[in-house]
Write a protein that binds this ligand. Structure first.
Ligand SMILES: [Zn+2]
Length: 169
């Protein structure tokens, strides 16, 4: 038991909403508390069915009353500040190491781009002005890496878990 606890730290259990969209990671303790209080159910990762009992190993729980937590809700408020923080306050265009004082829409709003994590990057003023209302391709500029949402790794972990569980079943 203590062994298991040592191997996995907090963030071991994936919590999904009623549409099976990953919402957050939580500790095993938090998961057990939520299940005991009737707010969450333990899911079998292979079948995505509710497990009747508290399993020794809990990998996945569902909050059956939680509505899908959509990206726009997640984004509200200080989005630009959070994008700059995600990108380490450094301009995300290749070859540039200037401090990012602005946020750039990769696909410009005027070309149908949106205010999402995936379409926003930290950018210095010079690169932003150079790029203007163009896509990186149109401007001959390249991103250092693809911008990701704050929960991207959670979705990856969730997919891995389902894959592992279904191949084990
Ligand atoms: Zn720059």
């Amino acid at each position: 038991m203590s062994n298991r606890k040592d191997r996995h730290g907090p963030g071991e259990v994936i919590a999904v909403d009623r549409n099976y969209v990953p919402m957050q990671e939580c500790s095993r303790r938090h998961a057990i508390r939520a299940v005991a209080a009737g707010r969450a159910w333990v899911l079998d990762a292979a079948s995505l069915e509710r497990r009747a009992e508290l399993a020794e190993v809990i990998e996945l729980i569902v909050f059956p009353h939680a509505a899908a937590c959509n990206e726009s809700k997640f984004l509200m408020g200080r989005l630009e500040r959070r994008v700059r923080k995600r990108d380490g306050h450094v301009c995300q265009y290749e070859g540039c190491s200037h401090k990012a004082t602005t946020v750039d829409h990769v696909i410009p709003l005027c070309q149908g781009g949106q205010n999402t994590w995936q379409n926003l990057v930290a950018c210095c003023l010079a690169c932003n002005q150079k790029k203007g209302g163009r896509t990186p391709e149109q401007a001959g500029m390249k991103l250092k890496r693809a911008p990701k949402g704050p929960r991207a790794h959670l979705f990856e972990r969730f997919e891995e878990l389902l894959k592992r569980a279904s191949s084990a079943a």
